[in-house]
Design a protein around this ligand. Sequence first.
Ligand code: PLP
Length: 424
Amino acid sequence: MEAQIYFDNSATTPVDPKMAEKMSLFIRECYGNPSSMHKTGREARNAVEEARKQVADLLHANPGEVVFTGSGTEADNLALVGVFDTFGDIPFHLITSKIEHPAILESCRYLEKRGADITYLEVDASGLVNPVCLEKAFRPSTRLVSIMTANNVVGTIQPIRELARITHQHGAIFHTDAVQALGRIPLDFWGDVDLVSVSAHKIYGPKGVGALYIRSGLPLEPLLHGGGQEAGRRSSTENVPGIIGFEKAAEIARNNMAGETARLVQLRERLIDGILERINNAYLIGHRHLRLPGHVSVGFAGQEGEAIKLLLALDEAGIAISAGSACSSGHAAEPSYVLQALGFDPLKARGGLRITLGRFNTVAEEERFLDILPGVVREMRPITSRNIASRSNVSKKKWNKGELMIHDSEITGNELRAVRLPDL
Ligand code: PLP
């Protein structure tokens, strides 16, 4: 496989080789079921409990407060649905923001169907939740607040400590989705929050394993019922190699975070300056400073409808980035709900490009990107949903959920191509 310059570290990170080494050793040699009583089983149990300590360390938590899950999405679902279920028939109001990941927003929609009232807070033009707005949203029936630590589309970092403090003054529970923040910024709110979701694949670990921090003593109903693993909070035989991979990724993240954060901030600032200097219609999206270290989100004035075309042209040139809208709901042809919440009109909200740098990116890669990008932006021609739909052969094709049909001749000279757009 020919390697691309990988600037999509918010979608997922490449695995750290040291992590992969440890994981593959455990896949081969530590195959026991941690619930078995024999030596092979006990070895697997010990490995899982050692891993729990390491992940707890990165979370500034006690090992007993960490429940391993199958993903960040599952951790988010467990937090919201698990709290809701502890309240039974008691009125339940939940406050969240309009820019949360679909793992939160879709859980909210599910809870609405089950009778919960949900308030979706507005954010300002940089993506920040205003603590005063949170304060005003409380009702006597508010039980839970869920605000993400850092946004996956625009990278904005929220004032979590302050939001959690207000929440507790109103006697409610505070959850934060820290999937994008873990290992990237020091999380200074530990002790102030009740529930925190994280995921291994954003910190150079394996996919398909996450964790939920549950403050000691907090009641929470499980989503999965079965053999009672994870202290009854998540039944299912533990994903031992995945958990071991998470352990190693957490250890590396904790040992390297200070240096890595500083280096990524430097790379980010060079990239932002380089784009704004070289492309005169470029503008930065999100907060100028309160943003994740490697996270750059940009738009190009007047060319917002062409973000997907730009992404594909960069892909052809060997560079992997995301369109901001690709993270909205799997419908890149639709405007990004996150950008709309920041005040972008629907056309402009199709135009964010997300460039996210990580551990393995170099200055040389950044230079190459800065050399290529201005030419690619200049050569873009509009490709709007209007001129796609007007072609008769397109309308005969089925547009599946989550697919953007593009007229590929604009890019490669081929006929038509359906591009599958995942939630990231
Ligand atoms: N929350 C945020 C903010 C994310 O960015 C993601 C993944 O992109 C998730 C949750 C879901 O995590 P996972 O991919 O582990 O299900």
